[in-house]
Design a binder for this molecule. Structure first.
Ligand code: COA
Length: 260
């Protein structure tokens, strides 16, 4: 892959690791991060060798400390609306068909928390801090925070975080259900890669269908969701992976899924 100004991407077997690389600005999301991140995700989407992605921030201090506030200074409402409605990292991550894990190694604030919430699974170090501090800038969340945080942790806790702008620590975020696991900073990467590799062994088609069905749950009513699940379940019966998975079970061996 080509070199990027604000991102690096590394392929470790079937897992692609994306790093937002602006540690001197605590990996704040400027327009270059969105543009380059979207380009990378579009490429990874079409790379059959990549089955799972991990996204992290460079340096010891932050995952992402939010949108780059310096870009807000002179933006007009219309310009800012266009930016938010464009193909941002939030929307492209949300629609990314392969599993993507946010590995959170420090401040996870504002757009950083929104980015993490657009991923499928969040794994944090015990040094991480989470919050939606937009209120302190006289604005509100614009990358999905009011919607995704509320769906993930419930209206009462989401409301408190959004109205106060306060930060919570990793254990509190775990208790709220915002992150799946908390590990020490030393263990974070190993544990994240273990989970990523475990998921990478599954059928890529079944992973994609599972993501679509689960994401539909918070976007539909129960009857529509159950119907969609049955359709996606039925589509799996057209795949070689389904034949392999069932045969491997009956033959008491490990399946090898090819994504066909
Ligand atoms: N946008 C742009 N720059 C940011 C940034 C952001 N969201 N968050 C941090 N930075 C920059 C700082 O301006 C500073 O740059 P400088 O060295 O050129 O002055 C650098 O990153 C380091 O941050 P600093 O504030 O010195 O670190 P700290 O440890 O004292 O504080 C935070 C860390 C996270 C508490 C603090 O940086 C902060 O509050 N950031 C903004 C968080 C926010 O409001 N995010 C939501 C945006 S919508």
């Amino acid at each position: 892959m080509k070199n990027y100004e604000t991102m690096t991407v590394e392929k470790r077997g079937a897992v692609a690791v994306l790093t937002i690389n602006r540690p001197d600005k605590l990996n704040a999301l400027n327009s270059a991060v969105h543009r380059e991140g979207v380009e990378i995700l579009d490429e990874l989407k079409n790379d059959a060798a990549v089955r799972v992605a991990v996204i992290k921030g460079a340096g010891e201090k932050a995952f992402v400390a939010g949108a780059d506030i310096s870009e807000f200074a002179d933006a007009t409402p219309v310009e800012q609306r266009d930016v938010m409605n464009s193909r941002s990292l939030f929307t492209v991550l949300d629609a990314f068909p392969k599993p993507i894990i946010a590995m959170i190694n420090g401040f996870c604030l504002g757009g950083g928390n929104e980015l993490a919430m657009a991923c499928d699974i969040r794994i944090a170090s015990d040094k991480s801090r989470f919050g939606q501090p937009e209120i302190n800038l006289g604005i509100i969340c614009g990358g999905g925070g009011t919607q995704r945080l509320t769906r993930l942790i419930g209206e009462s806790k989401a409301m408190e975080l959004i109205l106060t702008g306060d930060m919570i620590d990793a254990q509190t975020a775990f208790g709220y259900g915002l992150v799946n696991y908390v590990y020490s900073a030393e263990e974070l990467e190993t544990k994240t890669m273990e989970l990523a590799n475990k998921i990478a062994e599954k059928s890529p088609i079944a992973l994609q269908m599972s993501k679509e069905a689960v994401k539909f749950a918070s976007r539909s009513n129960l009857d529509e969701g159950l119907r969609r699940e049955i359709d996606l379940f039925a589509i799996c019966f057209s795949t070689e992976d389904k034949r392999e998975g069932v045969a491997a079970f009956l033959e008491k061996r490990k399946p090898v899924f090819k994504g066909r």
